[in-house]
Design a binder for this molecule. Structure first.
Ligand code: ZN
Length: 288
């Protein structure tokens, strides 16, 4: 099964549709996992929410989901983000806002059964202490590699220390997160920068951080715990304006990062029509 992993769509429907097409071109998508901030900044929040619900996405809330329902205030947002959050709040229906408020801040997922849909596959997370062979019980997919055969993922927007707020940029934040991560693999968003964290007791900071580049893959051998950030679909900030997403292939037990060009000008035109802040429009071209 191929699991599409997206984050920080930010109401950029053109980017989302392009990512869905690009990912499907590589083979059928069995599940969709979203790491938060589907809304905020961009011009089509309702349509992006509808698209993800249609695909039964497993979805954790980001700070923007919380802000646009009024669940949290926007005092900690910069003025442009606060203005966009207010605009989004007015644009969404009461039903859409109520739905966003039901989203959890942390989700655990196993993706062990290709027959199960996203959201329906939730189950107990494998103990990261278990070694291959020591795991009892049937293994759902014999083609899965040792370790990944009981792959457990923890999904959170920021970090497990501060689920909707903390940016996982530093070794310190990574270690703080890993101390709370019970599963072998973690998935985070929020920074809008693709990243791989590999736990390494021998490393000076206890882990290594790597930029996750277009076309690169990381193997889920289960030997070391990992945290992966798939970057942002709708507002990349690593200097590359192309939409970013990742695909987890349960058969090869690997996660691959992809970048894809989308019609940035179309999204920008819609933002102009909605009179969203100029800086938010311009940054899409720059990827910052
Ligand atoms: Zn975001």
């Amino acid at each position: 099964m191929r699991v599409l992993i997206v984050s920080d769509i930010h109401a950029n429907l053109v980017a989302l549709e392009t990512v869905l097409r690009d990912a499907a071109a590589g083979g059928p998508i069995g599940a969709l996992w979203n790491l938060g901030d589907c809304v905020g900044y961009g011009p089509r929040p309702g349509e992006c929410i509808a698209r993800l619900r249609e695909m039964e996405a497993l979805w954790v809330a980001g700070n923007h989901e919380r802000a646009c329902t009024g669940a949290i205030g926007t005092d900690d947002f910069n003025p442009d983000a606060a203005a966009a959050a207010q605009w989004t709040k007015q644009r969404l229906s009461p039903e859409e806002r109520a739905f966003l408020d039901t989203l959890p801040e942390v989700a655990e997922e196993t993706a062990s059964d290709p027959g199960l849909k996203a959201g329906a596959a939730s189950g107990p997370v494998a103990d990261p202490g278990l070694k291959a062979g020591a795991a009892s019980g049937p293994i759902a997919d014999p083609s899965l590699k040792a370790g990944a055969s009981r792959a457990g993922f923890t999904l959170v927007h920021g970090t497990l220390r501060q689920p909707i707020w903390e940016y996982l940029y530093s070794h310190e934040a990574a270690m703080g997160h890993l101390q709370l991560q019970r599963s072998p693999f973690g998935l985070v968003g929020h920074t809008h920068v693709p990243l791989i964290v590999i736990e390494d007791a021998g490393a000076p900071h206890g882990c290594e951080l790597y930029r996750f580049g277009d076309g690169e893959s990381v193997e889920l051998s289960g030997e070391r715990r990992l945290v992966i950030n798939p970057g942002s679909v709708g507002q990349p900030r690593d200097g590359d304006p192309r939409a970013a997403y990742a695909v987890y292939d349960t058969e090869s037990a690997g996660v691959t990062l992809h970048r894809v060009e989308y019609e940035i000008a179309t999204t920008q035109k819609r933002m102009e029509e909605e009179e969203l802040p100029r800086r938010l429009i311009d940054r899409l071209t720059l990827g910052r």
